[in-house]
Design a protein around this ligand. Sequence first.
Ligand code: ZN
Length: 374
Amino acid sequence: MATRTVRVQDLLGLLHGLYPPDLAEEWDNVGLQVGDPAATVERLMVALDPSTAALTAASEQGAQLLVTHHPLLFKPLRRLTPDDPVGRVIWQAVRGGMAIVAAHTNLDVAADGLNRWLAERLALTDAEPLQPVTGQLLKLVVFVPFDHVGPVTEALFAAGAGHIGGYDQCSFRTSGIGTFRPGPGTAPFIGETGRREQVEEVRLETIVPQRRLSRVLEKMIKAHPYEEVAYDLVPLANQLPGVGLGRIGRLTAAQSLGEFAEGVKAALDCQSVRLVGAPERTVGKVAVCGGSGAGLIHEAKRQGADVLVTGDVKYHEARLAEELDLALLDAGHFATERLAVSELAARLGKEAAGRGWSLDVLIHDGEHDPFLVR
Ligand SMILES: [Zn+2]
């Protein structure tokens, strides 16, 4: 059997299914950075950074696509030349016929994403998002004549409504009487123009993620027999289950901050860490955030964490943690995110195999922390 040609756009679809771009921060720039969506991909490489070294390694090893955690493009470019650090990467990619795709803050917050992997790597139990994502869910209520409930429900579910955690096809129904009076120029499915009608209807409720809303409404209206469909959309303050920035969990046994630091160094394979807090103090409840997570100091403290593990901690942030009596463990941006490369590669490989694609997934193993400890 001939395997189907895999294109850059197929990989984008796969990646965005796992890590929806609308989970990314507003300032972020995830997805395709450089390249032709229609170009064929037989081999891809995953790296942390879109560097010339990563691109060279990818092309030397026969890859047509570089998937990175950090995006290449943030600011608009005024010119595209090979002597600018970003321009050089674009130049090299275009000349080599390569594509570059990024999964950044959408990978950070995903239920099965970077921060979950970091929490797992540090063996935290019962880890939950430290800063859950809210405002992405809507309650959809639609009023359906009794004998059309089946097709409308099917249409809603098929379009992606009704998912709650590991459950799908979630809905609730109550029956009652709907009234309406068709106005001039209408073509009512039930009743006649100018006369108030009473119909046995079902109030059908389900939940819809914001990103599926337009498709769900389109399919719902198509499956509904009425000319004018009565429905309510209610924004919810509910969290997306398991989705959010950072994680907070527990160590299986409390230990000293000093012992914990040794464990983190081994788990993240880093030479050194920086500590805020006495090494003798006890830690049991641990917050983590890969990359630069000092912005979560207050949240970690509020949720009762003993220590926050992150990278990129600045002087005044360290002082703030000290003032709040929260220990900090700065393992560096690189060491707290590098694990995403192999984890992401494993998931892409598995998903591609599940789709029957012939695709090699490599990891860039030549990447190193730009900081040296002396
Ligand atoms: Zn980062």
